[in-house]
Unconditional design. Structure first.
Length: 359
């Protein structure tokens, strides 16, 4: 991706230290946030080399990243990364310190309205809202979105809870009489990632498992959302839904959620529109793949709605998707997963600084 937007970007091998090359080229280093090697931040600080962490944005694509859908948004963070509550991320500092002016808040309100009306989520644009049938009206209805236990947001932000089973158990203990709907993470439901809850445990802890339904269509059918660190909690806030957090996501600690943890660095009380201004407008970068340039979030939504990804990129995604499907069908995917810890590191990238997009 970086190479597509900056011809000066160079990739290093997984076992190569990127610092010497960055020093020779007077360049910065970009690393995938969840794969940052231990000690890299200290080394860059000592050398005076800019280090940026890269991660998916909050409105990413139509389709899953694990299905090789091309991303329309990413973040580049100098302070840390949004899913790590121990880091001093650019997003946390932005939300803590920025006084958004009236025009920005009006823009955020319009954006929020569009996201809700168009049923936009991280991997979804539009779609019908299928009826779930008769849900009980005399019991509190709670939606519990599942996550991928190996994801960095769970490992770094989940606290004592590190699995979907543990989250469901915590929700059930706190709400013994509630009607609990559990929606597995789409990567888990598709078999792309680990994290499935055993059927016996689901029968014991949840009243219903919901699959094959866009999560945006579920928010209106439940009373509350209970989550560890899932982005679904943020998406529920945009729809004025009460959100309970059991971990430490980026949207907690601002007075908008009911939290189990304290957030000493987050001292402000935000409105939802202020959260939207920081998280969806000011923080991410949005890519226009057709022009090879940055664009606004509103333009990105236009492109996502029209699915205007250039044909070569669509064909490349389909090729990767087909190859992965063959690996799963032949059993080779499980072999690769077992080798992942040793052989599947994401290459690090270096470039001259980070281009930030502004409208």
């Amino acid at each position: 991706m970086l190479a597509a937007f900056d011809s000066r970007a160079q990739f290093t091998a997984p076992d190569e230290d990127p610092v010497p090359r960055a020093r020779r080229r007077d360049a910065g280093i970009v690393v995938w946030a969840g794969e940052e090697p231990p000690g890299l931040a200290r080394q860059c600080s000592e050398e005076g080399i800019p280090l940026l962490r890269m991660e998916d944005g909050f409105i990413r694509s139509v389709g899953l990243g694990s299905d090789f859908s091309w991303p329309y948004s990413m973040v580049l963070d100098r302070g840390g990364i949004y899913f790590d509550p121990e880091s001093d991320s650019d997003l946390e500092r932005l939300l803590e310190n920025t006084d958004f002016d009236a025009s920005m808040l009006q823009r955020a309100a319009r954006l929020r309205q569009r996201v809700v009306s168009d049923r936009v989520t991280k991997y979804q644009q539009g779609g019908e809202a299928p009826a779930l049938g008769q849900l009980p009206s005399d019991r509190k209805r709670i939606l519990v979105p599942g996550q991928v236990p190996q994801d960095a947001s769970v490992v770094r932000g989940g606290g004592e809870i590190r699995s979907n089973l543990a989250l469901l158990a915590a929700v059930r203990r706190a709400n013994p009489e509630a009607y609990v709907l559990y929606k597995p993470h789409p990567d888990v439901a598709r078999g792309n990632r680990n994290g499935a809850v055993h059927p016996d445990d689901l029968l014991r802890l949840a009243d219903r498992e919901v699959t094959g339904v866009p999560i945006a269509s579920l928010f209106a059918q439940v009373d509350e959302v209970h989550t560890l660190t899932s982005l679904a909690g943020f998406e529920a806030l945009l729809r004025d839904k009460p959100v309970h957090t059991y971990g430490r996501p980026f949207y907690a600690g601002w007075g908008l959620t009911r939290d189990r943890y304290d957030f000493p660095r987050r001292s402000r009380q935000l409105t939802v529109d202020e959260l939207v201004a920081g998280s969806l407008i000011a923080y991410p970068l949005y890519f226009d793949w057709a022009r090879g340039d940055l664009q606004t979030v509103e333009s990105a939504l236009d492109q996502l709605a029209a699915a205007r990804l250039p044909l070569p990129l669509r064909l490349r995604s389909r090729l990767f998707f087909t190859g992965r499907a063959l690996l799963k069908a032949t059993g080779l995917m499980n072999v690769l997963r077992r080798c992942k810890g040793k052989a599947d590191e994401i290459p690090r990238v270096e470039r001259n600084g980070a281009q930030r997009g502004e409208e």
